[in-house]
Design a protein around this ligand. Sequence first.
Ligand SMILES: [Zn+2]
Length: 53
Amino acid sequence: MANSTLGNSITNTTGSVRFLCPKCNEQEIVRSRNERETVAKYTCVKCGFIGPN
Ligand SMILES: [Zn+2]
């Protein structure tokens, strides 16, 4: 819970979160609860950033 400064917000969908790409800060990334629990990787389609963080 250390990255609230990035503007994380809880969506209406239970357990899912969405946030802006930490690298380019432009592309919104949405992660479901399951994806977070399995630490699934995500890729920013805008800048190519890959990561769980
Ligand atoms: Zn990006």
